[in-house]
Design a protein around this ligand. Structure first.
Ligand code: ZN
Length: 314
């Protein structure tokens, strides 16, 4: 684990800040106060005396000062950027996620701080402006699964089928997944998710659940597979239709939730779903390796939802 932290961004606060600047400002600094991105009108405040914050910039347009963390989840954080990079790297290089306990022990922050850091990073991983999935000549798989607390550690949490949550996921094979936490999958709910996220020119692939009968008619095509021990074990239909990709996503999600996180409350489930969704959509199979995946995740710290939220906890 420690061998991974040889890179200077995990050791040197200046290098960590410069790396964050490169991620957040690929075309040069942007003033968070007035939006000015004209390099001629932004000066780096430099001097031998340490009377100013490192990485401070001055905007000639609005006479404001800023650093790369202004307007992000890191702005009020007391945690050094080197440790944010470590936590982000661990979260993004672990296929099944990484627990706050592990982060606490590995990077040397309190458990409480680790817990808040992980949730801030998960928020950064939420995709804010997704484009429609599928399209003409493409297929999209839809499926739903139950998620519930069956762990012994889930003391105090209600167990059993009635207290399980459902997750609906859509996968465009060879591309991406989008997953949604719902209380209970209904025809109306599933239709709403499908028609707002999937291009209607797509072919829909599902199992033979009645949930998809009607909405299936709204797409260019709807093909089903019958599977399970009572259905004949068919995983790829005669026209090549399958739900294998969406089932694989559920498999990784469930193994991670069981093995790494043990359980999570309903309140936080959507954040964990977003974490697994992000890693799937930025996977090595698409040519995105750990370092780049981490950088893409950190680019998301700028999201509007986070901008003015107090983050004193981390
Ligand atoms: Zn400005």
């Amino acid at each position: 684990m420690t061998a991974k932290f040889q890179n200077a961004i995990f050791q040197n606060e200046d290098k960590a800040r410069e790396a964050l600047e490169a991620v957040r400002w690929p075309d040069g600094p942007v003033c968070p106060h007035c939006g000015n991105s004209d390099g001629e009108k932004i000066a780096k405040v430099e001097g031998k005396k340490q009377s100013h914050r490192p990485g401070l910039h001055y905007c000639n347009e609005c006479a404001g000062q800023f650093t790369v963390t202004v307007g992000t989840v890191f702005e009020r954080s007391k945690v050094p950027l080197t440790k944010w990079w470590m936590a982000a790297h661990l979260l993004n290089s672990s296929k099944k996620g990484i627990s706050a306990h592990q982060i606490h022990r590995t990077i040397g922050v309190t458990y409480k701080t680790a817990w808040f850091m992980m949730h801030r990073l998960r928020e950064a991983m939420v995709e804010t402006n997704p484009s429609p999935m599928g399209g003409s000549g493409k297929s999209v798989q839809a499926d739903e699964t139950y998620y519930g607390n069956s762990s012994k550690r889930a003391k105090g949490y209600k167990k059993g089928h009635r207290h399980k949550q459902q997750i609906v996921a859509l996968v465009e094979p060879g591309a991406r997944v989008r997953a949604f936490h719902v209380k209970s999958a209904t025809k109306e709910g599933v239709r709403n998710i499908l028609v707002t996220n999937v291009d209607r020119k797509s072919e829909l692939h599902t199992d033979n659940s009645r949930l998809y009968d009607e909405v299936g008619k709204e797409f260019a095509g709807h093909k089903t597979v019958t599977h399970g021990w009572n259905g004949g074990g068919e995983y790829v239909g005669k026209d090549g239709q399958t739900t294998n990709n969406v089932e694989n996503f559920f498999g990784v999600f469930k193994r991670g939730m069981r093995g790494t996180y043990h359980f999570c409350s309903e309140k936080h489930l959507a954040r964990y779903v977003a974490e697994f969704e992000f890693r799937y959509n930025n996977r090595s199979g698409l040519g995105i390796e750990d370092g780049e995946r981490t950088a893409i995740a950190l680019r998301g710290i700028e999201g509007k939802r986070l901008t003015y939220r107090p983050t004193d906890q981390a």
